[in-house]
Design a protein around this ligand. Sequence first.
Ligand SMILES: [Fe+2]
Length: 252
Amino acid sequence: MNPVAGADQKLTVAQPYLIQQNWEAYTPEQHSVWAELVRRRMPQLLEHAAQEYLDGFHQIGLREDIIPNLADVNRRLKPRTGWNATPVSGFLPPDAFFEMLGARQFPTTTYIRSRESMEYTPEPDIFHDVFGHVPMHAHPVFADFLQHYGRVSASLMHDKEKLEKMGRLFWFTVEFGVIRQNGKIKLYGSGLISSHGEGTHVIEGRPEIRDFNLEQVLEQKFLVSEEQKVLYAVESFEQIFEAAQEAERRLA
Ligand SMILES: [Fe+2]
């Protein structure tokens, strides 16, 4: 696949949600919340995150001490895989979300949580979106997978049941995905990367880890508000790209 296919595609449905990141407006307190969040996650991630996540973190120039300027992130990310971290105003409706993924634009909130809610925010924030998600977009196979996922999902907008199945594929890969590397379970899903509680839950061996199986994933219900009981481990990122293709064959 052409790595930059769709990168400059004009957005239509998502257009009303696009904003600018006013980076200069972040306060020292907000930068220090970012720094504290990163410093709390890093020791665990250096040992337990997928190598591709850690590589991506450096490739896109994330720093421990300041909130990322998305323009700087994109200057490094876009030449690699054609992806952009694109600032948006908050939660997107599904059609706008899938349109953006199909165009290699990851909807990224710019708000950062307050010190009072370090562990959990009901709304996604820049820590979840950029620290959690965006480093994986520097990986070419993951990058292709995520765009393909968006395109397939966009084509299923008319069918609620099929869309729900695609939502499960997203949940057990992009949000709560784990991968086996050198005989160990490593984290790559943003929900695990960005949450100390969820990451620790997995490292302590509490969820049942099954081999990734698309058929099961498409049927596997989950609860957003509880720690995960079942996760699916892939052997390689090619496996999730193939899963998105297989989902397309089955559902689209
Ligand atoms: Fe997320």
